[in-house]
Every structure is written in structure tokens, then in C-alpha cells.
Design a protein around this ligand. Structure first.
Ligand SMILES: CC(C)(COP(=O)(O)OP(=O)(O)OC[C@H]1O[C@@H](n2cnc3c(N)ncnc32)[C@H](O)[C@@H]1OP(=O)(O)O)[C@@H](O)C(=O)NCCC(=O)NCCS
Length: 215
């Protein structure tokens, strides 16, 4: 799998897929984007662009925060899913960054939570740099995160997001009222994936942060 990096934008420029895209000023990204603009580039499979998806490093933090700022804006911290991370933060061992060379263009976090009495993970934010959307990076990050959760013995992943996007990874709406988040959420966007047996069926009550020591 291939990898990416950071960004500064001004004005529209030509497109890969016919829609207008902002002019790029970051030399490293220009070389990737101009490579992507070549007609044959759109037929190039991602592997040709040396995309790498790896565990998150502390040094990724600033670039990942920029992705979050771009995708969710300054008000993001008031969102229920963001508030769940206020206590203990996300687990970097279950969180991944997508890069091309040294450039970071994608990220997914997973945060330990209790779903009633069932230990689980809250997945999100999942973000991909808009200039690199639609190339499977989001899907690659999701599959890597789900795989790592299973390998680590987790049985349940929850998230707040667009069901039409996450259904392809097996996520389904949480039955209304079964689990309660520490803030308002559109029930159609509160989704779950059971990684073993019917973990969701056993999960009833409040969703709250879970300390790394499991408390
Ligand atoms: C959502 C996001 C991570 C997808 O990343 P990506 O790398 O473009 O995703 P992929 O390339 O793996 O998948 C693209 C496909 O998902 C679809 N898709 C993307 N976002 C979607 C959404 N919110 N709802 C439904 N479908 C969506 C695209 O239309 C495309 O469909 P296609 O395969 O039929 O062409 C990215 O668009 C993003 O960062 N959005 C802003 C932050 C955000 O909203 N994140 C959470 C989403 S709830």
C-alpha cells in the first residue's frame, strides 16, 4: 500500500476527474499532483504512487490536526465523538496514517471505550486530504484499522458517520436507545461493527472513555 503529506491552497486549477480543484503551492505535492494530472496517471493503480499506511507516529500529529481542521473546522471539539477522546485520547497502536513519501494525506484514530460493559473502540476521525479523495485511501485506512482491532482482540467498533460510506466495511446502525453517547448524535449516524459473535447485542448502556489499563 502507498503514502502522502501536508498543504497550502489558492485559486482553481485543472482536474484529474473534470471537476475544478484549488491551485497547489506545496512543491512536493505539486510533483505528485502534476504526476496525477497526466492522463495515464488516472489509470495508474495506487500502488504506483508508493502509498504507505502505517501506525501513527507522534510526529504525525500536527499534519493530522490540519486534516481534522480542514474536514471538521474549529468547532470539531464540541462534537460528541471528539468529546469521548477528551479523557484518555486515542490509541496510537490502533491508529494509522497514510503517506506518499514524507507527505501525510490520510489518518484514522481509534479510542478505547466502554459500551455498557463491553470493551470496544470508537473509530474516528477518518480523514483524507481532499486532493487525494476517491482513490481508496479512506478504504485502506478503514480496513487496516479494523484488521488491527481484530488482531488486538477487540470485539466491537463504534463510530459516528455517514452510513452509506461505512456500510461497505460492515457497519450497521446501533439500535435506537441501546447505547447512549455523552452528547447529542443523529441516531442514523451512530454505527457499530461486531468483530466477534454478537458483541453489539451484549452492549447496553452508556458509552464512556476506557483507560489504557482497562478501567
Ligand atoms: C470520507 C473520506 C474519509 C473518504 O476518503 P476517500 O479516500 O475519498 O474514500 P475512498 O476512496 O476509500 O472511497 C471513495 C468512495 O466512497 C464514497 N464516499 C466518500 N465519502 C462518502 C460519504 N460521506 N458518504 C457516502 N459515500 C462516500 C465516494 O463517493 C466513493 O464512492 P465510489 O467508490 O462509488 O466512487 C473523505 O472523503 C474525507 O476525509 N471526508 C471528510 C471527513 C469526513 O467526513 N470523514 C468522515 C466521513 S463520515
Amino acid at each position: 500500500m502507498p503514502c502522502y503529506g501536508g498543504r497550502h491552497d489558492q485559486g482553481p486549477a485543472t482536474t484529474l476527474t473534470g471537476t475544478t480543484r484549488r491551485a497547489e503551492t506545496d512543491p512536493a505535492r505539486i510533483s505528485i499532483l502534476s504526476a496525477l494530472d497526466q492522463p495515464e496517471a488516472s489509470r495508474l493503480p495506487m500502488t504506483e504512487l508508493s502509498l504507505v499506511i502505517r501506525h501513527e507516529y507522534p510526529a504525525d500529529r500536527a499534519a493530522v490536526e490540519r486534516l481534522h481542521e480542514r474536514a471538521f473546522g474549529p468547532g470539531r471539539f464540541a462534537r460528541t465523538a471528539f468529546r469521548l477522546r477528551e479523557g484518555h485520547g486515542h490509541d496510537a497502536a490502533l491508529s494509522f496514517t497514510a503517506l506518499v513519501g514524507t507527505l501525510i494525506v490520510g489518518s484514522v484514530w481509534q479510542t478505547p471505550v466502554w459500551a455498557g460493559t463491553v470493551p470496544g473502540l470508537m473509530l474516528g476521525p477518518l480523514t483524507v486530504d481532499p486532493a487525494f479523495e476517491g482513490r481508496g485511501i479512506g478504504g485502506g485506512l478503514m480496513r487496516r484499522a479494523i484488521e488491527a482491532a481484530g488482531e488486538a482482540g477487540h470485539r466491537l467498533i463504534l463510530l459516528v458517520g455517514d452510513a452509506p460510506y461505512y456500510a461497505r466495511f460492515g457497519f450497521r446502525p446501533v439500535p435506537r436507545g441501546q447505547l447512549v453517547l455523552p452528547g447529542p448524535v443523529n441516531p442514523e449516524r451512530f454505527l457499530a461493527l461486531s468483530l466477534s459473535e454478537d458483541a453489539l447485542g451484549e452492549a447496553r448502556g452508556t458509552v464512556r472513555p476506557r483507560r489504557p489499563d482497562g478501567a
